[in-house]
Ligand binder design. Structure first.
Ligand SMILES: Cc1cc2nc3c(=O)[nH]c(=O)nc-3n(C[C@H](O)[C@H](O)[C@H](O)COP(=O)(O)OP(=O)(O)OC[C@H]3O[C@@H](n4cnc5c(N)ncnc54)[C@H](O)[C@@H]3O)c2cc1C
Length: 386
């Protein structure tokens, strides 16, 4: 067992860090307070081979590992927390699922523009009545000629305000085996976006409405029976979510450390108070533990999708650790940390969302408990006896 990055990973990390320092650090605060998706950052990353890191080379990607993509998130976030979201959408999000499962024809048509940052793909999974219970989703795909008519709606789709394409979970038939997914273009007749709402993190999202919206059969990504594969792909998304929690927690930690060294109260730097020192010790323990769990899940996945258990453990821990560290960093920085000039309050707001998004920390714990007891714990009420 080796707890060091390889020489190759270190060189890659250093180069990403340099790109972020040169191009992203200066605009980091402004970017964090802009509700729009930073398309310019996606173009920058495409120019430097940071989109599609884990996508196969024959599909136009970099053919790298999940760990490489984690390193990219960490190094980008050191300079610009908001830009870490672009590493996410260019490597871990629905793009990764699309690159894995879409037909060669679909990839030929859409993947190049996604990898150059010219196009954005969003994920429409959650519905008003199907959040944690995602298999209750009710958006239907009804056969019609050479394609399907989609009816229903989605909520909380990140990047929906700006996205060009949507990977939409749909129901072709009853039960879990009836669930699959389709690719829907923005502007499709019968597909409407609602007015933007805003998350606490400052990003906009729009409800998706499907009123008999037509998709050709060739736009089916996974047909009936595809749900388990989709969730396997979604575990990669969860690793990116966990990586951002850790990275933004570490960003806030660094700012708080600098503050604690510089800030003088009662005639001495506040880092000389034991009450402050122990906060940093606790934060450091959380960051190190989170990193080990995250790296285990990512390294074991190599070029594939990570294990459900290791992902759940990493996501639950990183989400809680990232949020707790941001919270303490803000406390250390007093009114400065709580104000919108430092990015620490931004990291706090972002990390809070990841405890809910991508499978809440409670749902991750449900998955872990099933492993511990080696049995399924159905969350639904038992069916009444006939
Ligand atoms: C920042 C952000 C970005 C998001 N981006 C996307 C996106 O791009 N695409 C998309 O489709 N969705 C997205 N979502 C939606 C997200 O996936 C859902 O919010 C999440 O799955 C929880 O669903 P819900 O909000 O309906 O909460 P609910 O399912 O109503 O849950 C409410 C609370 O009950 C708990 N709970 C529910 N069931 C159980 C149980 N069985 N055991 C224990 N606790 C339980 C939950 O953990 C939660 O704390 C995003 C959400 C956020 C906050």
């Amino acid at each position: 067992m080796d707890f060091q990055l390889t020489e190759e990973q270190r060189i890659f990390g250093d180069s990403v860090r340099g790109i972020a320092e040169r191009h992203l650090a200066a605009g980091a605060l402004e970017r964090a307070h802009d509700p729009a998706y930073p398309r310019d950052v996606a173009k920058l990353f495409a120019d430097h081979g940071l989109m599609g890191i884990t996508v196969r080379a024959e599909d136009g990607g970099q053919g790298g590992t999940l760990m490489d993509a984690v390193i990219a998130i960490e190094q980008v976030a050191r300079s610009c927390p908001r830009s870490a979201d672009v590493v996410q959408s260019g490597n871990f999000g629905p793009l990764r699922t699309f690159a894995e499962y879409a037909s060669p024809a679909l990839k030929e048509k859409y993947l190049a523009a996604l990898l150059t940052g010219d196009s954005i793909l969003a994920l429409g999974m959650t519905e008003p009545e199907a959040g944690s219970a995602v298999t209750d989703l009710a958006t239907t795909a009804r056969p019609d000629g050479d394609g399907y008519r989609i009816d229903g709606g989605k909520v909380f789709t990140s990047n929906s305000r700006d996205a060009d394409l949507f990977l939409v979970y749909v129901r072709f038939g009853d039960g879990i085996d009836g669930i699959g997914s389709v690719l829907m273009e923005r502007g499709t007749e019968g597909f409407y976006l609602g007015n933007p709402s805003q998350y606490l993190n400052g990003e906009d999202w729009c409800a998706l409405h499907f009123d008999s919206a037509y998709v050709p059969a060739k736009n089916v990504i996974l047909g009936p029976g595809g749900f388990r594969k989709q969730i396997a792909g979604f575990n990669a998304e969860r690793i990116g979510n966990a990586a951002r929690s850790l990275a933004l927690g570490e960003f806030a930690f660094g700012k708080a450390r600098d503050y604690a060294v510089d800030r003088v109260q009662f005639g001495r730097p506040i880092c000389e108070f034991q009450g402050i020192q122990w906060k940093f010790s606790e934060m450091k323990i959380k960051i190190d533990a989170a990193r080990l769990l995250l790296y285990r899940a990512a390294v074991n996945a190599d070029r594939g999708f990570p294990s459900a258990l290791e992902t759940s453990v990493a996501k639950a821990f990183c989400n809680d650790a990232g949020f707790a560290v941001c919270n303490e960093a803000m406390q250390v920085m007093g009114g400065t940390g709580y104000s919108t000039e430092t990015l620490v309050e931004y990291c706090f707001r972002k990390c809070r969302g990841w405890q809910i998004a991508g499978g809440s920390t409670e749902m991750m714990r449900n998955r872990i408990a099933e492993h511990v007891f080696d049995r399924r714990f159905p969350q639904r009420p038992p069916r009444p006896r006939a």
